[in-house]
Design a protein around this ligand. Structure first.
Ligand code: NAP
Length: 314
């Protein structure tokens, strides 16, 4: 049996960008496979409520993810539940290697691998991960019912997750290193109105401490005057941004200084026939709707690229 199958397009990653690319690619009649190592939806599965997907006032992240997968299935998108370990680009086709050693080839590849939560990098963070330290309120919030938690960060994620945690916990502190949030105004307003949330401005977490039962406190430092402090808490939720999942990006493909993939307005990278979408790509804003928009653009541009290759054009 041959170990190589030629597709028109391989999509790596099953978040909003990947699934939208799949829908557009199938509607353009491309022989397409989407490869995803986890659940369909990617980070959507860690999102409680989505309130800015146009046309739907409110939907859970997990439900929206399932809707994407169902929608793609209508157009016969082939989905493979495996991990990709390498991509070898070529002039006419790219080769993708899976974790079981199998290889797949395609004229075009769309990378939709998203990003992963950034870490604070402080003592105790790795050690107490899963014992009070978390990067997902939807996954772990349940364990902190009627307890005290500290959320680190000042962006949309930190505020959104703090609001979610306030539904379960007794007290939520948001520790932010500056005196102003980066998050959108609606979220800031909701945080101000939520009595269970207190904001610790100009506060950096410097160490996470624990006893045999798990996390019991955090050491803090005032970022203005350096004063050290301590806050008793049962949990620490870290939402300080994302780092791009760029480990599969082939050598020579251009990245920016922070590791995000540089792509043109068709989402094509500096490697011909390799496209990047969603949180992996350098861009102004990272939203579900902008990931989906990238997926559309990349699939249509890939269709054009594949047609050129099949016509024998350079
Ligand atoms: P973000 O917007 O990059 O915000 C990260 C926050 O963490 C910032 O407040 C930053 O502080 C702080 N921070 C970064 N590094 C830190 C460190 N080492 N120590 C302490 N604090 C640190 O990240 P995000 O909130 O995860 O959001 C990522 C993207 O997804 C954004 O584009 C966001 O708009 C989007 N998003 C949107 C929604 C929504 O629309 N509902 C929800 C979630 C995420 P500074 O402000 O001082 O830099």
């Amino acid at each position: 049996m041959p170990d190589s199958t030629i597709h028109d397009l391989i999509i790596i990653g099953g978040g909003p960008g990947g699934y939208t690319a799949g829908i557009y690619a199938r509607r353009a009649a491309l022989k397409t496979v989407l490869i995803e190592k986890g659940l369909p939806g990617g980070q959507l599965n860690n999102t409680d409520e989505v309130e800015n997907w146009p046309g739907t006032e409110k939907i859970s992240g997990a439900e929206l993810a399932l809707n994407f997968a169902r929608h793609a299935a209508v157009y016969g998108l082939e989905v493979m539940n495996r991990e990709v370990v390498a991509i070898a680009p070529g002039p006419d086709q790219h080769t993708v290697t899976l974790d079981n050693g199998e290889t797949l080839a395609a004229h075009a590849v769309i990378l939709a691998t998203g990003g992963s939560p950034k870490k604070l990098g402080i003592p105790g963070e790795d050690r107490y991960y899963g014992r009070g330290v978390s990067y997902c309120a939807v996954c772990d919030g349940f364990f902190f019912r009627d307890k005290t938690v500290v959320v680190a960060g000042g962006g949309d994620s930190a505020l959104e997750e703090a609001l979610y945690l306030a539904k379960l916990a007794r007290q939520v502190y948001i520790a932010h290193r500056r005196d102003a949030f980066r998050a959108g105004m609606i979220l800031q307003q909701r945080v101000r109105q939520e009595k269970k949330i207190s904001v610790l401005w100009n506060t950096a977490l410097t160490e996470i401490q624990a006893d045999a039962q798990g996390v019991n406190g955090v050491s803090t430092q005032n970022t203005l005057d350096g004063t050290a402090g301590f806050l008793a808490t049962d949990g620490v939720f870290v939402f300080i941004g994302f780092a791009p999942n760029n480990s599969l990006v082939p050598t020579g493909t251009r990245l920016n200084a922070n590791g995000y993939v540089l792509a043109d307005d068709r989402c094509e990278t500096s490697t011909p026939g390799l496209f990047a979408v969603g949180d992996l790509k350098e861009k102004y804003t990272r939203q579900i709707v902008t990931a989906a928009a990238d997926g559309c653009t990349a699939a249509l541009a890939a269709a054009h690229y594949v047609a050129s290759k099949k016509a024998g054009l350079p």
